[in-house]
Design a protein around this ligand. Structure first.
Ligand SMILES: Nc1ncnc2c1ncn2[C@@H]1O[C@H](COP(=O)(O)OP(=O)(O)OP(=O)(O)O)[C@@H](O)[C@H]1O
Length: 261
C-alpha cells in the first residue's frame, strides 16, 4: 500500500513551547486513523503538519510523495481535504451552501467570479447528496445548524477528491442525534475502500466511526501509543494519555471510555 504521510522525528516549537516532540508516523492510503489526547496535547498541530499548513522546526515531513519544504505547498494543499473550526470560521455566513463546496475546487473560501465547469457543479451536488444536505444547497451557510455545517464542511473537504482527509473534531458541538447521524456518515466514509486515507481528531471515543483502523494517542506533544486501533486503545494506554485510571469499552462496533475510580 502506498504511503500518504511519513513523519520522521517531527518537532514543532513555538517560543519555549514544544507542541510536537519528535513524532514519527507512517500513514498508508488504506488506513483510517483516530487521534486522541487531552486538551493541548498537540492534535490540531499534528493536523496542521499533515495538511502542509505548518513546517517542522526539526525532522522531516513527507506528504503524498513530496517532502514539505522542498515542494510548492500550494500544489500539495488541494490534494489534502481538511475540516477544522478555524477553517469553518473563515466561511462567510452569507455564502450559499453549494458555493461553500464548489469554491474548494479553486482552493478559495468565498465565491467571487470564478466560472465553474459542469463537472465541478455535478460533483458538488453529488457530495451534498451523499452527506445528506442537498436540500440545503441554496441556503446560506450562516443559517445552518451546527450539524448541517459539519456536513457541508466535509463535503467541501472531499470536493477536490483528496488523497488524504483530515477531520478535526467533526462531531464537536452536536447533540446526541446529530452526533449519531454524523458518526454513521463518517462510518460510511471510513468503510468505503475508495475513500482517501483519513485522520480524525476527537475528544470522545464514542465519536470513533466504524472503519477506523489505527489510533494515535498524544500527550504533551509526545506519542503515548500508535498502531492498530484494537491493540492501541487499551485501558493502560488511555489511562497514561489522560493521566487517570480509565476503562475502555468496545461493543457493537462502538468505543467508549469511563473512569475506573
Ligand atoms: N503559536 C503558539 N505559541 C505557543 N504555544 C502554542 C501556539 N499554538 C499552540 N500552542 C500550544 O500548543 C499546544 C498544543 O495545541 P493544539 O491546538 O495542537 O492542541 P490540541 O490537542 O488540539 O488541543 P485541544 O484538544 O484543546 O483542541 C497547546 O498547549 C497550545 O497552547
Amino acid at each position: 500500500m502506498a504511503t500518504v504521510a511519513e513523519l520522521a522525528g517531527v518537532t514543532i516549537k513555538r517560543g519555549n513551547n514544544v507542541l510536537l516532540d519528535r513524532i514519527s508516523l507512517i500513514i498508508h492510503e488504506d488506513e483510517r486513523w483516530v487521534v486522541v489526547g487531552p486538551n493541548g496535547a498537540g492534535k490540531t498541530t499534528l493536523l496542521q503538519v499533515l495538511s502542509a499548513q505548518m513546517y517542522p522546526s526539526d525532522g522531516v515531513v513527507g506528504l503524498l510523495g513530496e517532502v514539505v519544504g522542498a515542494v510548492d505547498v500550494f500544489e500539495l494543499r488541494p490534494r489534502i481535504g481538511l475540516t477544522s473550526l478555524a477553517l469553518a470560521e473563515r466561511i462567510p455566513p452569507r455564502e450559499k451552501v453549494r458555493d461553500v463546496v464548489l469554491s474548494a475546487a479553486y482552493g478559495v473560501i468565498g465565491r467571487w467570479r470564478e466560472e465553474y465547469d459542469v463537472y465541478d457543479e455535478a460533483r458538488a451536488d453529488d457530495l451534498l447528496g451523499s452527506l445528506r444536505v442537498d436540500r440545503l444547497s441554496s441556503r446560506t451557510f450562516g443559517t445552518l445548524s451546527e450539524g448541517e455545517r459539519k456536513r457541508v464542511q466535509i463535503a467541501r473537504a472531499l470536493m477536490t477528491d483528496p488523497e488524504m482527509l483530515l477531520l478535526d473534531e467533526p462531531a464537536s458541538g452536536l447533540d446526541i442525534a446529530g452526533r449519531e447521524a454524523l458518526v454513521d456518515t463518517l462510518s460510511e466514509i471510513c468503510l468505503d475502500e475508495d475513500s482517501p486515507a483519513t485522520v480524525l481528531v476527537t475528544h470522545h471515543l464514542e465519536e470513533i466511526p466504524e472503519g477506523i483502523t489505527h489510533a494515535l494517542l498524544l500527550r504533551q506533544g509526545l506519542v503515548v501509543a500508535a498502531g492498530p486501533v484494537e491493540t492501541t486503545l487499551t485501558d493502560e494506554n488511555l489511562s497514561a494519555t489522560f493521566d487517570m485510571p480509565l476503562a475502555v469499552s468496545h461493543r457493537d462496533g462502538r468505543w467508549g471510555a469511563r473512569s475506573r475510580r
